[in-house]
Ligand binder design. Structure first.
Ligand SMILES: Cc1cc2nc3c(=O)[nH]c(=O)nc-3n(C[C@H](O)[C@H](O)[C@H](O)COP(=O)(O)OP(=O)(O)OC[C@H]3O[C@@H](n4cnc5c(N)ncnc54)[C@H](O)[C@@H]3O)c2cc1C
Length: 637
């Protein structure tokens, strides 16, 4: 630890947020907006909300997270609505549960715009400084956050600290045999804080992720690629963005493919890949594989998709999506130049892999506060997740809960039936993830209820209760729900007779005739009939906003599935409500199997539902635990 003791500058604040990436920005904004004096630290102010990898926000399941952050009163959705350069709703040919918005961002605009929001936020101070130490004090045998120390020796005393250090702790970047000890994009790494955390009993591990090269767009031949357009009618991410304000000209992305020649160059040089040469210690994301991994693991595939995406409007730099790598530069150039359209490509930034220290997240509570240190919260890539959206989602929850901790209020814990954010955090702190965790719709068992289109109806109430959503916005959502409920019951109550006019109308729309009076709702369930088509049989219908109609149609068409899902949710919630005392002694639960006892001691679940999701804890173990808890509670009464 550098000797910086001479600096006597000691300052006070309420909350220190370490990191101004996607997690740190949401956490700091939440704390400042809830009235707490907040400091946000970053090694470089020019990298606020930096997108060191893919130039887009959203995508399958990630779009859901952005909508949920927005519904809670977060910033990411609004920020991308201001800075996107192309927007597309994905999976529209599938059911609404997997519809997901993805927007290409102008990266520097996104960062600049988020910086403006931070700079204009009351109670928030931005500081370019590396935090090298966290200060703690003991309280009833349990440590408590007291402050943070910068690389210049300044101390900031605070009541809570939120660690959002991303991919910077003890970071090193690998490009073939070349290793540089920097953070992403050549930024300074943070090399001191890990030691301070380990000294105070925090367990860290080593993860890695990778990014592809960036090309000079002028050196690419787009005539050899498939142009990918944005949607004609753009849907905003934020529920508070006026849809008319985002209708604008968009840029294109391009699709091309690798081929056998590409794959052979990679196979011939695997010995020079730090991943396959065993130089890389950290574990990488299975669902964001490098091109080396794809060629090795999916050897039967003749080609892999490559998406050429603009990094912004004011640069020719192009991102080569699908080809992240850590192969040496000479191999990179050879491999990229085998891809149609890239034959003469000029690389402006090499592809590389980055390794960094991050947390063993089973040290966290569902509130994202550490179990053993009061007032220390963690969010983002530092918790073992991967992705801007996953980071931002944890950031807002950590920020909210740090504030509630200081206000003596119960933490906000969203469970798996309420939000993708709930699935994300529960999976991070309960499951033994051995690689960076990326959100996917398949992870959410209640995904039909957790759609991106109803995030406001699910979470605005929470955002309002917390104090991040204004009364006006909340009342708008309450009114929206009321209009939805009224229209659903109206459609169920309006009966259409089986007259010849109606039967002729149905026939004209390829729908079978009626034999008896049928409700409009039943008709709407017919795939060939839409709400718009049925307007001819429904002259009395009220004029409703599009977002209300969207909810009405989804509810009526999927009502059966939704009801069945609700039964599962009620069963799930029962176990979530069965709390486990934090000081339970699992050695006292006699008939627990050894593996289950070890896992329960390691993860210290907060409720029976969480216990049942720990790998190695069987339903039989859960029954044993339930019996023990009921006796435990009886003995207390
Ligand atoms: C090379 C690379 C490739 C990636 N590839 C993918 C991918 O393929 N798919 C994907 O989903 N995601 C990928 N990511 C991850 C994505 O960038 C992150 O998930 C996201 O940026 C995490 O946000 P965060 O807020 O947790 O951390 P970051 O965005 O990393 O921000 C961390 C912040 O903490 C600050 N900081 C760190 N330590 C200190 C300290 N001690 N003192 C003060 N400030 C500090 C930094 O200055 C920075 O502001 C990649 C990232 C990198 C770097």
């Amino acid at each position: 630890m550098p000797d910086i003791s001479k600096n006597e500058l000691k300052l006070n604040t309420d909350i220190c947020v370490i990191g101004a990436g996607h997690a740190g920005c949401e956490a700091a904004l939440a704390c400042a907006r809830l009235g707490f004096e907040t400091m946000i630290f970053t090694v470089s102010i020019d990298s606020i909300a930096l997108m060191p990898c893919n130039p887009n926000i959203g995508g399958t399941s990630k779009g859901h997270l952005v909508r949920e952050i927005d519904a809670l009163g977060g910033e990411m959705g609004k920020n991308i609505d201001k800075t996107f350069i192309q927007s597309k709703m994905l999976n529209v040919s599938k059911g609404p549960a997997v519809h997901s918005l993805r927007a290409q961002a102008d990266k520097s605009d996104y960062s600049r715009s988020m910086r403006r929001v931070l700079e204009n936020q009351e109670n928030l101070t931005i500081k370019q400084a590396e935090i090298v130490e966290i200060l703690f004090e003991g309280e009833n045998g349990k440590k408590k956050v007291k402050g943070v120390v910068t690389n210049t020796g300044t101390t900031y005393y605070c009541k809570a600290a939120i660690l959002c250090t991303g991919t910077y702790l003890k970071a090193r970047c690998l490009c073939g045999e070349s290793i540089t000890y920097t953070g992403p994009s050549g930024l300074q790494a943070a090399n001191s804080l890990s030691a301070s955390l380990i000294e105070n009993g925090i367990k860290l591990r080593r993860f890695k992720t990778g990014t592809p090269a960036r090309m000079d767009g002028k050196s690419l031949d787009y005539s050899k690629m498939e142009e990918q357009f944005g949607d004609e009618r753009i849907v905003p991410f934020s529920f508070s963005t006026d849809p008319e304000s985002v209708q604008k000209e968009q840029v294109s992305c391009w699709l091309t493919y690798t081929n056998e020649e590409t794959h052979n160059i990679i196979r011939d040089n695997l010995d020079r890949s730090p991943i396959y040469a065993g130089i890389i210690e950290g574990t990488g994301p299975r669902y964001c594989p490098s091109i080396e991994d794809k060629v090795v693991k999916f050897a039967e595939k003749e080609r892999h998709q490559v998406f050429i995406e603009p990094e912004g409007l004011y640069t020719d730099e192009m991102y080569v999506g699908g080809m992240s790598s850590s192969l040496p530069e000479d191999v990179q150039l050879k491999m990229y130049r085998t891809v149609p359209g890239l034959e003469n490509c000029r690389i402006v930034r090499n592809a590389y892999a980055i390794e960094y220290d991050c947390l063993e997240p089973n040290q966290l509570q569902l509130s994202l506060e550490t179990k053993d240190i009061t007032g220390l919260f963690c969010a983002g890539q530092f918790n073992g997740s991967s992705g801007y959206e996953e980071a931002a989602a944890q950031g807002i929850i950590a920020g909210i809960n740090a504030c509630r901790k200081l206000s003596g209020k119960e933490p906000i814990i969203l469970d798996r039936s309420e939000a993708y954010i709930g699935v994300l955090i529960d999976d991070l702190v309960t499951k033994d993830n051995r690689e960076p965790y990326r959100m996917m719709t398949s992870r959410a068992e209640h995904r039909l209820l957790l759609r991106q289109d109803n995030a406001d109806l699910r979470l605005r109430r929470v955002g309002h209760e917390v104090g991040l959503v204004s009364d006006e916005l909340y009342e708008k959502t309450v009114l929206k729900q009321k209009l939805i409920d009224e229209e659903v019951s109206r459609l169920k109550s309006v009966i259409v007779g089986a007259s010849s006019r109606v039967c002729k109308f149905l026939e004209e729309h390829g729908s079978s005739p009626l034999h008896t009076g049928t409700s409009l709702a039943e008709l709407l369930c017919r795939p060939e009939l839409s709400y718009e088509i049925l307007s001819e049989l429904d002259p009395e219908r009220p004029i409703l906003p599009n977002d209300v109609i969207e909810q009405v149609v989804i509810f009526i068409k999927y009502e059966g599935y939704i009801e069945r899902q609700m039964i599962l949710v009620n069963r799930f919630k029962k176990n979530e409500k069965r709390l486990i005392p934090s000081d339970i002694d699992y050695d006292d639960v006699s008939s627990l199997r050894l593996e289950a006892r070890q896992k329960l001691k390691q993860f210290r679940p907060e409720n029976v539902g969480q216990a049942s999701r720990i790998s190695g804890v069987t339903p039989a173990d859960v029954s044993v635990l339930l019996i023990y808890l009921s006796r435990f509670n009886e003995s207390k009464d």
